[in-house]
Design a protein around this ligand. Structure first.
Ligand code: PEP
Ligand code: MN
Length: 338
């Protein structure tokens, strides 16, 4: 971190600033320039409060030379993070396909869909029990009953289950869930992130609707700073000025997340596009871009779905897309599943 001092800054206030920084555990390099003096900070600057430094009257500007995320940073952890989830592994070069309904609606719906996606080659089952809906009048999910039905579907198919948590108070209900999803709307629910950091479950962390990649990595850092290193980043589209798609799928985030971080990366083409005909091309593109996992919405009868009916695939369409995903994965020398 580099602090640029104001011209003619009083020596006394510079000394006070330096003492304050040293007390925070960093060492100081004072560099006298022809026009301006700067202070170089050496050491772990992740806890330094930039706003507070900017507020000092001797400071003109401040620049980070290193990313503020440490635990999620590939620089300090060059090897890929590999996360075992029951009989599958995320991040070992294989591709995991997480498929299932937007919402768990009934036993018949979730089990029929689970069997169909398993047959088509999916390696994990998704389904929302707690649903973050824009309208309070829309279906809000079956809650605890939804998790019970997912567990039943797992018993039936052997597929590990992925489902979203919305509230810290519900954590005990997730004790038997294999991967806990943090939805886009909760990406910066810091209390929830800290709580999940104290769990040992894999966390599928979705990028927020209007969040940068760095903010996403800082949210991963929240979980990791509490001790849970099992974080999977998920690109699910961001809000832009485009209205033809539900969101704009930022596929460049996939290789960039993987360059900046050692965490595995998932892509959700369903929420990213909201358009059934785009799920295939975006899934294939995501695999080529290096995604470790795909999360795709599939419903046994999308026309009767209680949420996101317009973007969910039928099992037949999903099976058709899976054939192409298998082809592209094989072409890349990767496998689906373990
Ligand atoms: C979901 O996956 O069910 C969901 C609500 O997605 P997102 O948080 O990405 O909108
Ligand atoms: Mn959905």
């Amino acid at each position: 971190m580099i602090i640029i001092l104001k011209k003619g800054a009083p020596a006394e206030s510079v000394r006070r600033l330096e003492d304050n920084l040293k007390a925070q555990g960093v060492s100081i390099n004072h560099i006298e320039g022809v026009n301006q003096n700067i202070i170089g900070l050496v050491g772990d600057t992740s806890a330094i409060d930039i706003e507070n430094i900017l507020a000092q009257d001797c400071v003109e500007n401040i620049r980070r030379v290193q990313e503020p995320y440490k635990k999620a940073n590939r620089k300090f952890h060059p090897d890929d993070t590999v996360i075992p989830v029951k009989n599958t592994i995320i991040g070992n070069g294989s591709l995991q396909v997480i498929a299932g309904p937007c919402s768990v609606e009934s036993e018949e719906q979730v089990i029929t869909t689970a069997i169909a996606v398993k047959e088509a080659g999916a390696t994990m089952l998704r389904g929302g029990a707690f649903k973050p809906r824009t309208s309070p009048y829309s279906f809000q999910g079956l809650g605890a009953e939804g998790i019970r039905l997912l567990i039943k579907a797992r018993n039936e198919t052997g597929l590990p289950i992925v489902t979203e948590i919305m509230d810290c108070a519900d954590i005990d209900l997730f004790a038997d869930v294999d991967v806990i999803q943090v939805g886009a709307r909760n990406m910066q629910n810091f209390r929830l992130l800290k709580l999940l950091g104290r769990s040992d479950k894999p966390i599928l962390l979705k990028r927020g609707l209007a969040n940068t990649m760095e903010e996403t990595l800082m949210s991963a850092e929240y979980i990791m700073a509490e001790g849970n290193m099992n974080v999977i980043l998920c690109e699910r589209g961001i809000r832009t000025f485009e209205t033809m798609t539900r969101n704009t799928l930022d596929l460049s985030a996939v290789p960039l997340f993987k360059q900046k971080s050692h965490l595995p990366v998932c892509v959700d083409p369903s929420h990213a596009t909201g358009i059934v005909s785009l799920i295939e091309p975006m899934s294939l593109a995501a695999v080529v871009a290096g995604a470790d996992a795909l999360e795709i919405e599939v419903h046994n009868d999308p026309k009767s779905a209680l949420s996101d009916g317009g973007q969910q695939l039928t099992p037949v369409k999903f099976a058709d897309i899976m054939k192409k995903i298998k082809d592209i994965t094989a072409y890349l020398g990767r496998t689906i599943g373990k």
